[in-house]
Each structure stands twice: as C-alpha cells, then as structure tokens.
Design a protein around this ligand. Structure first.
Ligand code: ZN
Length: 226
C-alpha cells in the first residue's frame, strides 16, 4: 500500500536529484538539448517549475473548493514553457517553485486530500494523487535533464509503482505488442498485439524502457507514453 507520505518522499527525492544535476551544469549547458525531443534543458526546467505551480493550483482547489485547473489551456501551458525557458532566474524558479509546493502539501488540511481535482489529461483524481504526479515529473525529468542522473538512482518502490501504473496504462490503451515484462522483483503482463514477448530486465532498466527512456529488446518498440 502506497501512502501519500511515500509519494511525497519520492517527489522530494526527484527534486533533490534534479537540483544536484542542475548544479553540475553551467549556464551555457542549459541551452543544449535535454533528452526530450525538441526541448533544450531550459525548456525542461521551465516545464518542471510550471508543473510545481500547476500542481499547487490543484492543492488550492482541494483546499478551497474553487475550481483552479493546472493550466488554462494546452496552448497556455506551451507558451509558459517557452517564456519560462528564457527567464534569467530559471534555476531559482525551479527551486523556489518546488519549495512552495512542498510547503503547500505540508499545510494541506487532512480532509482536503480526498477532494476531487482534475489533471491536465482530464482525469478526475483525489488530491492525494498529486504528490505521485509530482514524483513522476521530478524523478523522470531529473533523468531527462541529461546531466548524469539515471533511473538506477530512483527509489526502487517508486520504480515498481511506475511499472504498475504504466503497464496498466499500456494494457488499457493497446496499440503495442503484448509483453510479459519481468524483473528480479516484478512481473507485468502487458496486453497488446501478437503472442506475448518475454522481456527480462533489471528493475531500473525495465522502468526506463516502459516510459520510453531506455533501450529495450531489439525490434520491440513500444508506442509513446503520454
Ligand atoms: Zn513532464
């Protein structure tokens, strides 16, 4: 059973890894591409900072009952990333937005965690889902920053939860090959086309592969995740 405390801890771990990766980069390095197609590291950092503010809006919604979506529109979200990537205080924004979000989570009244909010993908979730959403962002984007952080540094329990979630998402979505994904500690049957392909990987490599960040078996391509 995963608790809100677990997911909050993973979000903090991701923030710490992202922050130490960021410390290894000079300002010129920020202009270079990150691991996500079409984005520089500046875009990625602006996205992570905007995401902290967007999740903060969901907490505000949960606390007050006043509907405040993560982003006013997909266009606004993209425009904020573009504008944010040029901010001279980008590093500080990344850190301050994360700190503000942590404080908002710590201050959220117990009953507000069960209030329903809507994610950027339009899913209706309890506010207690938001630390997990943030953990996914900070942990995976710490790797995407492409400054030395790897999936192997992410907490095992986070990786197992990520596998559970993305395997279920892929199964319900379809469009990819059927896969039996086995690690030393997990097994996931992913529904899809054809006879199930047996894939065995270490936990971190399996998690990286299932979210489209790592090499998998030859000629076994998965459709895009999110
Ligand atoms: Zn993201």
């Amino acid at each position: 059973m995963i608790t809100t405390l677990d997911t909050q801890t993973w979000a903090e771990t991701g923030t710490r890894l992202l922050s130490s990766s960021l410390d290894r980069l000079g300002d010129r390095d920020l202009d270079a591409p990150c691991a996500l197609p079409g984005w520089t590291r500046r875009h990625l950092l602006a996205h992570v900072a905007s995401n902290a503010e967007a999740i903060g809006r969901l907490l505000e919604w949960a606390r007050t009952g006043v509907e405040t979506p993560m982003y006013s529109s997909p266009e606004q979200r993209a425009a904020d990333i573009e504008t944010g990537s040029a901010r001279p205080d980008l590093r500080e924004w990344v850190r301050a937005s994360a700190t503000t979000l942590t404080a908002a989570m710590d201050a959220l009244p117990a009953e507000a965690w069960s209030a329903r909010v809507v994610t950027a993908q339009g899913r209706i979730v309890p506010a207690s889902e938001t630390p997990w959403m943030r953990a996914r962002e900070t942990c995976i984007h710490a790797v995407d920053l492409d400054a030395g952080t790897t999936f192997a540094e992410l907490p095992d329990a986070f990786l197992r939860h990520l596998l559970d979630e993305v395997a279920a998402w892929r199964s319900s979505r379809g469009g990819g090959p059927a896969v039996v994904l086995v690690t030393p500690e997990t097994r996931h049957d992913i529904a899809g086309d054809g006879a199930p392909q047996h894939v065995e990987l270490p936990l971190a490599a399996a998690a990286a592969w299932i979210v489209g960040r790592g090499p998998g078996p030859d000629q076994l391509a998965l459709p895009r995740w999110l």
